[in-house]
Design a protein around this ligand. Sequence first.
Ligand code: PBG
Length: 327
Amino acid sequence: MAFPVHRGRRLRRTEAIRAMVRETSLDVKDFIFPFFVVHGRGVKKEIPSMPGNFHLSVDQLVREAATVAQLGIPAVLLFGLPAAKDPQGSESFSREGIIQQAVKALKKELPELWVITDVCLCEYTDHGHCGWVVENRVDNDRTLELLVKQAVSHAESGVDMVAPSDMMDGRVGAIREGLDKQGLTDVAIMSYAAKYSSSFYGPFREAAESAPAFGDRKTYQMDSPNVREALREVAMDIEEGADIVMVKPALAYLDVIVRVRKQFNVPVAAYNVSGEFAMVKAADRLGWLDGRRAMMEVLTSIKRAGADMIITYFARDAALLLKEERS
Ligand code: PBG
C-alpha cells in the first residue's frame, strides 16, 4: 500500500465516491428520543440548559411524540417529575404516577411507538439518590424492592421496555423475576449496564430536579477510568436477563462501546447524554462551531464505535437533517 501507486485521495474526490465507500451511516431508526413528563395540562416549558427539550404535560407529550414518530423515530424514553418527593420515591410506583399516566396515554394514541421508561428513584426521592437511604448510605438490597415495584407498575401501564438506571447490584435479575411473576414476560429490559459517575449529567439533573442533596453517586455509578469493570457489569446484566445493554455516557466512553460490542452478542445502546448535547449546543450558540455538523459527527462516532441504537436529545434535529439530505 505504498505511494505513489496508492493514493487515498482518489476515493475522496467527489461526494458520489465518498458515499460509495462510506463505512458507517446514520439512520432515523437508530434513535431513541428522551422526554421529561410533568403533571398538569398544556405545559410545554423549555429546559434552559437543553435547548429544544421541554418539560411536557401528558397531553403535550402525546403531541410531541406524534411528531417524533412521524419522522420515523421508533422509540422514546420517558423520565418523570413527580408532584411530590419523599424518602422512598413513592410516586414512582403509584398507579396514578406521572410515568404511568404518560405510558397509558402514549400506548393508546401511538400504539406502534416503542415506549421505554427509565427506572430509578432519584427523580422521586427528596434526597435525590437513586435508592433507599439508610443512615446516609444507599441500601442496595432494600432499593431492589422499590425498583421492582416501579418496573412492574410501568409494565402494568403498558410499557414496552424498562430501563433501570440506578446501578444497584442485582437489579436486572430482580426486575426480570418481578415482571415474570406477574406474567409480564414480554416486557423487555434495557439495562444501563456500564453507567459511569459523570459530570456530563449536569443539565439532566437540572431538568429532572434530581441532583443528590448530599454526597454524590460514586458509591453506585462506575469510576470513569475503568473499562474491564464495565465488561464485568455488562456480563452480569446479560446473565441476569438484560435484553439490551447500554453504555453511558457515550462520547467520553467510545472505547467502552467498542469493547462491549466486541465481547458480547446482545444489542448495544449508547446514551449521548445531556452534557454532551449541551456542549455542542452552547458552542454553536457562541458561533464557535457548526452545531449541525458537530451533531452528525458525534452521532456517527457513536455508531462507528459499535452502538446499535443511540439515545439522544439530537434525535429530532438529526432525523430532520437526514430527511433533508435524502430529498
Ligand atoms: C437517573 C438518570 C440520570 C440520567 C439518566 N437517568 C442522571 C444521573 O444518573 O444522575 C442522565 C441522562 C443525561 O444526562 O442525559 N438515574
